[in-house]
Design a protein around this ligand. Structure first.
Ligand SMILES: NC(=O)c1ccc[n+]([C@@H]2O[C@H](COP(=O)([O-])OP(=O)(O)OC[C@H]3O[C@@H](n4cnc5c(N)ncnc54)[C@H](OP(=O)(O)O)[C@@H]3O)[C@@H](O)[C@H]2O)c1
Length: 337
């Protein structure tokens, strides 16, 4: 069976999710809804993807030549089984009533409040999304934390976690956001990441802090985990992460000492857009002390949620498909380890 999928929003996440859908043999991309004509929409159209106009674009007083001829949003809704809404924070809340009206399932992104749908990370809480109508793929940071923490929790049991998120200032194409020359601590604790992790792993006690720094190349997390009455050697943890899907271990020995080198590695691997959807943990940063494990990981904010969206489509629309079968299929199509 082929599932018909529409993507709403052609930005950082939407264009990647659309391209990933094109690679799935059990999905058909019906089209993308655009909010203005721009180079991202042009590139999608050049790939043969049908473009539809958002409600906002349809009400524009002076549409451009390209915008005027686009079919409206709701024409796409008539054709699809499910949409992946990749519009900015707040817009999906307004779009949700359209999805209900057209009886279409929807996946939202991490910018939305947790109550918009079932929070989801494929390798952690697959069952919760099976046959659901509305799912939220959690943010890039939450996804990254959940991947490594769930592996530790499963093997050792977690008593508590403290993690600090060092966040990129903006996506590489973004000329509007900063900081350009400052380190900006998030002046609320815990940062929203800890509570967000608990929407996926409710039994894990986690406290998070965060700061933003002037880079566009990935987020970095410094994580400290207390295990329940257990200790783990560095070798044990490296082995655990090596055997965890969508986690990649990197090291100084391979010349990877920074996010810049991870991004270059992704390009050298021939990854689409130079993406690195796996969370990368530096083996050199893994420490074991009494019942603690510490490590530093990097998250490619533009791409780690892309495979999660593909798996969410399957969990919600193909109940016969199992978690590991879908993850393996998605990984293979995107070249993920
Ligand atoms: N970028 C990241 O690092 C990242 C990582 C993980 C999750 N997320 C989450 O993913 C979601 C999308 O983020 P993003 O970074 O992809 O944003 P983005 O790059 O700004 O893209 C959003 C896109 O949605 C379009 N849009 C705006 N209003 C629309 C509407 N009413 N109908 C249809 N399209 C509309 C925008 O078009 P115009 O520009 O023409 O208005 C833009 O192309 C957010 O929830 C965000 O938190 C982002």
């Amino acid at each position: 069976m082929t599932i018909k999928v529409g993507v709403v929003g052609c930005g950082t996440i939407g264009k990647r999710v659309a391209d990933a859908i094109l690679l799935q043999d059990d999905m058909e991309l019906v089209g993308i809804v655009a909010n203005s004509w721009n180079y991202k929409v042009q590139a999608a159209q050049d790939k043969g993807i049908a473009i539809y106009a958002s409600m906002h674009l349809m009400s524009k007083a002076d549409p451009t030549e390209q915008e005027r001829v686009l079919p409206p949003f709701h024409h796409m809704l008539r054709e699809v089984d499910i949409v992946v809404d990749c519009t900015p924070k707040g817009i999906p809340e307004q779009n949700r009533s359209w999805y209900e009206q057209y009886n279409v399932k929807a996946i939202f992104q991490g910018g939305e409040k947790a109550n918009i749908g079932q929070s989801f990370v494929a390798q952690v809480n697959w069952e919760a999304a099976v046959d659901a109508d509305f799912v939220r793929v959690v943010s890039c940071n939450t996804t990254g934390l959940c991947r490594t923490l769930s592996a530790i929790h499963k093997k050792y049991g977690i008593e508590g976690v403290h993690a600090t998120m060092i966040r990129r200032a903006a996506d590489p194409w973004d000329i509007y956001h900063g900081p350009v020359n400052a380190i900006v601590p998030h002046l609320v604790v815990p940062s929203h990441h800890g509570p967000d992790v608990r929407t996926i792993m409710p039994d894990v006690d986690i406290f998070t802090t965060s700061l933003s720094v002037p880079t566009t190349l990935m987020h970095v997390h410094s994580v400290s985990v207390d295990l329940i009455d257990k200790s783990a050697t560095v070798e044990d943890v490296i082995e655990l992460f090596r055997n965890t899907t969508r986690v990649r271990v990197v090291s100084n020995a391979d010349g990877i000492r920074s996010t810049a080198e991870i991004m270059e590695f992704a390009k050298d691997l021939g990854r689409e857009r130079g993406d690195m959807p796996e969370v990368c943990v530096w083996t050199d940063t893994i420490g074991g002390w009494h019942n603690k494990i510490m490590y530093i990981q990097a998250v490619h904010q533009e791409s780690d949620v892309v495979p999660e969206n593909i798996d969410a489509i399957r969990a919600m629309t193909m109940p016969h498909m199992g978690q590991m079968e879908s993850i393996a299929k998605t990984n293979k199509s995107l070249g993920i380890i």
